[in-house]
Design a protein around this ligand. Sequence first.
Ligand code: 4AD
Ligand code: MG
Length: 455
Amino acid sequence: MMKISINEIFNKYKILINKEISIYGWVKSNRNSKIGISFISINDGSCFKSIQVIANKDLYNYIDILKINTGYSINVIGKVIISKGEKQNIEIKSRIINILGNIYNSKEYPISSKFHSFEFLRKFPHLRPRTNIFSALSRVRNFIFNRINNFMYKNGFKWIPTPIITSIDTEGNSKLFKVSSLNIYGDEKIKYINDFFCKESFLTVSGQLNLEAYACSLSKVYSLGPVFRAENSNTTKHLSEFWMLELEAAFINLDELINLSINIIKNIYNNLIINLHEDIIFLHKKNNINSDKLFNIINSKYEIIEYKEIIKILNKNNFNIKFNENITSKYENFLLNFFKNILIIKNYPKKIKPFYMKLNDDNLTVSSMDILVPGIGELIGGSVREDRLDFILKSVKENNINLNDYNWYIDLRKYGTVPHSGFGLGFERFISFLTGIKNIKDISPFPRNINNLMF
Ligand code: 4AD
Ligand code: MG
């Protein structure tokens, strides 16, 4: 018996016509006609489409088949035939239907075939993959993950698994989760020296500094993994645990870094819409996204503007913002509306950026860039790295960083330092941008944010 996925049936249906196959999946709907035929729509997650199965009253367990409802798991053995219906070109005429799992109590089953809001489904992270939206999103996420790795591999970037447990605070913003093997609750006298690593340790906020060590030998490196931030912000754009694509490349400048990030965005999206067309069109429809408009935004020329020009634009539009202020979401929203395009802001003031960014000749700004995208805001943050020994030592001091923890990083500047640059792209925000699903709590399969840790 040929055990086959539904995706394979649709892809190879021409050679499968009149052949007997065996499929496994979950029932989307079961329509029983008066003349003793049931039409069962079944999906196995391998593709967007479900396949229609015809069950005739001659089947020995037809009485049980009549009871089959949304959510049942079944195995169907039958012939692939050309469909008489208009909705689909092929269907399965069943010879055997094995019921594998029923729905214990249909009335209590939260994922009935009716419409459910994102808010409602967030209460059921373990059941929501059964909806069309979350299964489409899962295939899209899987594609993007693979495509990113593929792009990096083809472009000569070497994958480096950077550590999750760390003793350093890369971004210098104290939004760190502690890691400890001690019973820290209720014991005020705990000393780090008695803890597992004999020092204070955290979940990483970024693998960038570790990547830099490898860029100083392999030239082009990247990581794609989880990072953790104890941010007290319950927004649609923040998670406490999110995934980040981080890359570091030696011998590239800010313009080359910007071009690389533009290429990644375009390459991933343009391949996504070819390969997962049905999924992506369905997601756009459900989230009121105009697919053509998004295509044009991604494939047009992006705006590249200096931070100091942005400040001028904001002030001309009655925002009272000063040099050295952060571009918060309020400003981001205005700017994205103003430009109606992907916006790259470069050369931010050194005061609002981390210690590792390369100081420009004006002594005020650093060679940096953030990429803002419509509907999301900041998607990418990156910079040229300070590669001059005396400058990095000065920056460490100015930022009140304990040099003892960063001696290894300083070594990279002492021994064969090179100009290099890198950036971080928020994986969930990227998927949110490409699919139109607005809240990244719906992008992460099991989201973690303040006051929320399910399972
Ligand atoms: O701008 P960030 O903080 O940059 C860094 O961590 C650098 N070390 C990256 C690098 O240069 N290697 O974060 C990078 C991106 C942001 O642009 C945003 O897309 C995403 O990570 N991000 C978040 N995504 C979800 N939830 C959060 N709390 C996020 N914080 C940042
Ligand atoms: Mg940033």
